[in-house]
Design a protein around this ligand. Structure first.
Ligand code: UDP
Length: 475
């Protein structure tokens, strides 16, 4: 097969939220396109074991991984250094390790794909004389906004969030000021400068891969390809290759939770989860618990301790009532919801849960992996954005795709009270509006499947990408 001579190295920035989409991309290239893949993982001292994420369902590992050892950046940051800045510093400090790792590989890669925080590694690809691509594991709309930000920087004075009009991105849906991505919230913070630099480096690769598909974002994709004002900044060709998601693990013994789900009525359970790192305030957790209880719907809730207590505190161990209810949940909550609800500490098998026929709604922080897993499961959402580009995702899911409802006020700005939560849950699970959303998301689910099937848009785009790489390498 033509792609057999290809050996792709994919560089992942630190953090599970970044590693998951990179591994998923690697798995896809290896299993569907017979490409040899090595994932280079920039690690932190607290990096989780990723071995579980590497396997296709019940199969052997299909991509190689090399961990680039963690770097000590403590002397380069202080208590005020924001997360994007920290990530960028970590990547920068790791570059010598990336270079020496590639140089030392017995079978050197002939293509480098860097995730969106790793564009500073592009010169390494140039040194090794190999093509370089960018992987943006999120939307075309995000790609357009970020790429266009250097122009907005020149056009707009003052903070973006203080603008009275939406930000105009040529050919795309305008971005409401409150929806901008985190690094655009404060133009005086160093992470905004890092973001502007990234935006410019996005354009230095040979192509931009995105975890989206033609039928999901026709308008933004058309603009990225053909709108002259946007093309003036977006130089490389774009490759929508999604929706790529983790495989669903069906092999092996069923967990107690899945066995419980098996016994629930069709589409009767709402799943509540805020991604790999999302946390809520104690007050918000209390309101959410009451909202779920008042809605009288079945639920599964992945709960983390409140943010102010620190996300690492062990769950269910300190300060709990006699029925085991932790003190930041309403007294007796676990007993009262014993038959109808599951509270899962810290982490659950999200793709398996979403894909279960008994699940009929998803209250999500709108991380893009969660959003695509949800679409692929055909489940409507309550959009509860917290950070990163999640406000943008929430607006798209709600207003453009019509598959989500959301609280009136951004959850990060104000505690959403129990009555509003009850109404949102009932809307998705019981009301006519929920039925309309369910029909829409099921259509999208079909379009997602079609896109990835042989002859589908994303499958073909991946083939075109591999062909373009071959041309560059003159195989
Ligand atoms: N995830 C999971 N179980 C959990 C929480 C998260 O399996 O309890 C997975 C989820 O399926 C998704 C990823 O972690 O694949 C979260 O990625 P996303 O982009 O949604 O959010 P982030 O963690 O980057 O904020």
């Amino acid at each position: 097969m033509y792609s057999q001579k290809l050996h792709v190295a994919i560089l992942s920035s630190p953090g599970l939220g970044h590693l998951i989409p990179v591994l998923v991309l690697g798995n896809r290239l290896a299993t569907h396109h017979a490409v040899k893949v090595t994932v280079l993982v920039l690690t932190t001292s607290t990096s989780p074991a990723e071995s579980q994420l590497l396997k296709p369902p019940s199969g052997p590992k299909v991509v190689d991984t090399i961990n680039i050892p963690p770097v000590d950046i403590s002397h380069l940051i202080d208590a005020n250094t924001r997360v994007v800045t920290q990530l960028c510093i970590m990547v920068r400090e790791s570059l010598p390790g990336v270079r020496s790792t590639i140089a030392g590989m017995k079978h050197r890669p002939n293509v480098l794909i860097a995730d969106l925080f790793c564009t500073e590694a592009f010169p390494i690809a140039t040194e090794f004389n190999i093509p370089k691509y960018l992987y943006i594991p999120t939307t075309a709309w995000f790609t357009a906004l970020t790429s266009y930000c250097p122009v907005l920087h020149e056009q707009i004075d003052g903070q973006y969030v203080d603008q009275s009009e939406p930000l105009q991105i040529p050919g795309c849906k305008p971005v409401r000021p409150e929806d901008v991505v985190d690094p655009m919230l404060d133009r005086n913070d160093p992470q905004y400068r890092e973001y502007l630099r990234q935006a410019m480096e996005f354009q230095l690769g040979d192509g931009i891969l995105m975890n989206t598909w033609e039928e999901l974002e026709p308008v933004s994709l058309e603009a990225l390809r053909r709108n002259e004002s946007l093309r003036a900044v977006v130089k490389p060709p774009v490759y929508p290759i999604g929706p790529l998601t983790r495989p669903i693990e069906l092999a092996g013994p069923k967990s107690e939770l899945i066995e419980w789900l098996d016994k629930q009525p069709h589409e009767s359970v709402i799943f509540v989860c805020f991604g790999s790192g999302g946390t809520l305030s104690a007050q918000q957790i209390t309101e959410l618990a009451w909202g779920l209880e008042l809605s009288q719907q079945r639920f599964i809730w992945v709960v983390r301790p409140p943010a102010e207590n620190g996300a690492d505190e062990s769950f269910f161990t300190s300060g709990s009532a006699s029925d085991g209810t932790p003190d930041y949940l309403p007294e007796g909550f676990l007993s009262r919801t014993k038959k109808t609800g599951w509270v899962v500490p810290l982490w659950a098998q999200q793709p398996e849960i979403l894909n279960h026929p008994s699940v009929g709604g998803f209250l999500s922080h709108c991380g893009w992996n969660s959003a695509v897993e949800c679409i692929k499961s055909g489940v409507p959402m309550i959009a509860w954005p917290l950070y990163a580009e999640q406000r943008l995702n929430a607006t798209m899911l709600t207003e453009e795709l019509g598959i989500a409802v959301r609280p009136e006020i951004l959850p990060a700005k104000k505690v959403v009270d129990r009555e509003e939560i009850e109404k949102l849950v009932r809307t998705v699970m019981e009301y006519k509006e929920g039925k309309v959303m369910r029909d829409k998301v099921k259509k999208l689910k079909n379009s997602a499947e079609n896109a990835l099937n042989k002859g589908g848009s994303s499958y073909d785009t991946m083939c075109n990408l591999l062909r373009d790489i071959q041309m560059r390498l003159r195989f």
